[in-house]
Design a protein around this ligand. Structure first.
Ligand code: PSU
Ligand code: MN
Length: 300
């Protein structure tokens, strides 16, 4: 498998020297944000991680190779090429064997980051249990992946397009820890408060680093930890709920299912909100990158 993995020079050097590294996913770039802001946001995220003293490792598959850390032209390829599919963990081997290219979801990114020995990961919003999952069985592979990996994922909770309550129940079942960053309210991506409480709260990167160390000591680090970092300025509730209802109705009308649901709804939000959701989404990712970098540095 190792022959299928390429490390960027910076990431290889940082891992070798035991310096702080933060994994970043790529589906958000190819399928979560519209062009051309997707590339700008991806670059900005890497810059934020660097400014805070850590090394960003954006993870993706290009022409049959796993990349842990992308050079700028590779970041551009993920943002702009039309042959970039959305890969979950189960797709990795197939894409590698066929020499294809794909962006990696939270599940696939966390898998590859763990393989590379990276412990921290920043994304926007986690996947989870979709609304109507009792019939569709649509539950993101992000949950099962995180139940099997030693990873700390900084995110703004789960996307508000999901069934948040069911997702929280599944996180408990799967032994995935949840800690709020400066909050006891579980965030809902575009919303600072999804309406559900979280028991545990941490108020600094140092506190989260202490939790990560205690995960190893208590042998609970074989399941991931979620650090839920709410966005500062949320989307007005009524607007959010209206756009979401219309998006869900459109998805049902157009027969959108499986892996296409999440990109469809995100795109609907960006269009229907005249870019407001895009601005919030961008803030979310940037703020999560900053916090993940601070935790990685605090862990040193
Ligand atoms: N967070 C974002 N935008 C995204 C995603 C997360 O702000 O596009 C992506 C992640 O890659 C996540 C995926 O793993 O959506 C979930 O997709 P699904 O519901 O099909 O598992
Ligand atoms: Mn799904």
């Amino acid at each position: 498998m190792n022959s299928a993995i390429k490390y960027s020079a910076q990431v290889a050097a940082a891992l070798e020297a035991g310096k702080p590294v933060v994994a970043l996913e790529s589906t958000i770039i190819s399928h979560g944000l519209p062009r051309p802001s997707n590339l700008a946001v991806a670059r900005e995220c890497e810059k934020i991680v660097r400014e805070r003293g850590a090394v960003p490792a954006t993870i993706a598959l290009l022409d049959g190779f796993v990349h842990i850390g992308l050079e700028d032209h590779e970041l551009e390829a993920i943002a702009n090429r039309n042959d970039i599919s959305k890969a979950s963990t189960r797709d990795l081997a197939i894409i590698i064997a066929f020499g294809k290219s794909a962006a990696t979801t939270v599940a696939a990114t966390a898998h590859l980051a763990a393989l590379a020995g990276i412990k921290l990961f920043a994304t926007g919003g986690l996947g989870g249990v979709h609304r109507g999952a009792n019939e569709s069985f649509d539950e993101s592979a992000d949950l099962t992946a995180l139940s099997q990996l030693d990873m700390t994922v900084v995110c703004a909770g789960v996307k508000s397009i999901l069934d948040v309550h069911a997702t929280l129940e599944r996180l408990e079942t799967l032994a995935i820890g949840v800690v709020g960053y400066k909050t006891n309210k579980f965030p809902g991506f575009y919303l600072t408060d999804s309406g559900f409480e979280i028991e545990h709260r941490a108020d600094s990167a140092e506190e989260i680093a202490a939790i990560i160390k205690a995960r190893t000591a208590s042998k609970t680090s074989n399941h991931s930890l979620i650090v839920a970092n709410p966005v500062i300025k949320e989307m007005p509730r009524e607007r959010h709920d209206q756009i979401l209802a219309a998006g869900l109705a459109n998805a049902a009308r157009d027969g959108i299912d499986g892996k296409y649901v999440t990109p469809f709804l995100l795109e609907h939000f960006h269009t229907a909100s005249d870019g407001e959701s895009l601005a919030i989404n961008t803030e979310i990712i940037k703020s999560n990158c900053a916090l993940a970098a601070d935790i990685a540095v605090a862990l040193q």
